[in-house]
Design a protein around this ligand. Structure first.
Ligand code: HAM
Length: 404
């Protein structure tokens, strides 16, 4: 029997309802913040991710679904959404026009990771990207929007915050960090490799003995230039004003190379080891890395599967119609009724001839508001029998009333 690939899942009830509920409400909130929907291809040139997410990152180095297509192009399934949106922004020449643009998107992402609870190879993100808004208030707005979304679903979280500096302060800090690492021969082989390729990445090493050593490492947050430091203070003030609790995590470096300045993660204590439910930050150099005109950007993405563990659906109210025939001769009128009612309401029809009791049971199972039945008596008098399953009232009404 052919099965879905490891780390990939089919979406059935009741998860499918949660997924739609989640997307609809995040889209609504994003629109309130001035974001418009964008869709970019799932397949992109591999070079796009090498030059944005970064060759030294685990995502590009180890986790890409990469292949050569029939036209000899090196392509891969997108491991994340930001790079594609930035490519589309530049391709549309929005960078040259210097326009402010805000996009939201959702869909599947692919990372060849070791599957476990909350970690899939095909997973889904809801993300937003905002271009050409250099103001620190935009960083706060993005965090407020994410807070609004999680609050709407009643999902609790912890916000971790850091600043990854800018080209004025990051290079000097990197030198300091490398100097510190040179004297630490007991760090793990992975960290030794990172010391040469991307030293700040050592800080989120999962190895306990490395973490013990990094307690004494210099942190960028203590080495920011005055601009980055001032902006970070302003951001904290706005978050305080809106009562968004946060912790400063100086080791929060994110797993993608394009970030500068604000970086953040929303984490949950209630979903096991894979606790990051959303992550994002500023990427003021990314448009240039991808050959666009200098344009600042900021965004985040949420992991939908992880959030679906935490999301409790509101009680589903009864809605729509269930229609059932009680005799063969009534099936035609039932079919006509369904076609008409579907113009305005959710309507399910059961083509099988069943007893009134069975139809009522089915209508109840389907959470319908009204059960409509037609039998010989109703046919003879041009009536439809209808029961309101909420207040239990039942009556017969003229067929023309429902057929319009
Ligand atoms: P990320 O932190 O790599 O950021 O992913 C965002 C979220 O996707 C994570 O917090 C997590 O909830 C979810 N996620 C990541 N990998 C998996 C997986 N294998 N299985 C299930 N869920 C997963 C980004 O992707 C950036 N593009 C976010 C961003 C947008 N930054 C700026 N704009």
């Amino acid at each position: 029997m052919i099965q879905a690939l490891r780390g990939m899942k089919d979406l059935f009830s009741p998860e499918n309802e949660k997924y739609i509920y989640f997307i609809e409400n995040c889209s609504r909130i994003a629109k309130n913040y001035g974001y418009e929907y964008i869709e970019t291809p799932i397949l992109e040139e591999t070079a796009l991710f090498k030059r944005s997410v970064g060759e030294s990152s685990d995502i590009v180095g180890k986790e890409m679904y990469q292949f050569i297509d029939k036209g000899n192009n090196d392509v891969c399934l997108r491991p994340e959404g930001t790079a594609g949106v930035v490519r589309a922004f530049i391709q549309q020449k929005y960078d040259k026009a210097k326009v402010q643009k805000k996009f939201f998107y959702y869909g599947p992402m692919f990372r060849y990771e070791r599957p476990q609870k909350g970690r899939l190879r095909e997973f889904h993100q809801f993300g937003v990207e905002s271009f050409n808004q250099a103001n620190i208030k935009e960083d706060a707005s993005i965090i407020l929007m994410l807070r609004d979304m999680l609050d709407f679903f009643g999902i609790s979280y912890k916000l971790e915050l850091n600043s990854l500096g800018c080209p004025d302060c990051m290079p000097t800090y990197k030198e300091k960090l490398v100097e510190f690492l040179q004297n630490e021969e007991s760090i793990c082989p992975d960290c030794k490799r990172r010391r040469d390729t991307n030293p700040i990445r050592v800080l989120d090493c999962k190895n306990k003995s490395c973490q013990e050593i990094y307690k004494n490492a210099p942190f960028l947050i203590d080495n920011l230039c005055s601009t980055c430091s001032d902006e970070f203070e302003q951001l904290k003030k706005i978050l305080d004003k809106f009562i968004i609790p946060y912790v400063i995590n100086p080791k929060l470096v994110r797993g993608l190379d394009y970030y500068s300045k604000t970086a953040f993660e929303f984490v949950s204590d209630n979903i096991g080891a894979q606790s990051a439910i959303a992550g994002g930050g500023r990427y003021d150099k990314l448009v240039e890395y991808l050959d666009g005109k200098p344009t600042c950007g900021i965004g985040f993405a949420m992991g939908i599967e992880r959030l679906m563990y935490l999301l409790i659906m509101p009680q589903n109210k009864r809605s729509g119609y269930y229609i059932g025939a009680l005799c063969e001769e009534a099936s035609e009128i039932c079919f006509d009724l369904a076609i008409n009612l579907r113009k305005t309401d959710k309507t399910n029809i059961n083509y099988d001839i069943k007893s009134l009791k069975t139809h009522l049971k089915n209508a109840d199972k389907q959470n319908a508001r009204y059960c409509l039945c037609v039998g010989e008596d109703e046919l003879a008098k041009d009536l439809i029998w209808i029961k309101d399953l909420e207040n239990k009232a039942e009556k017969s009404i003229s067929k023309n009333e429902l057929l319009g």
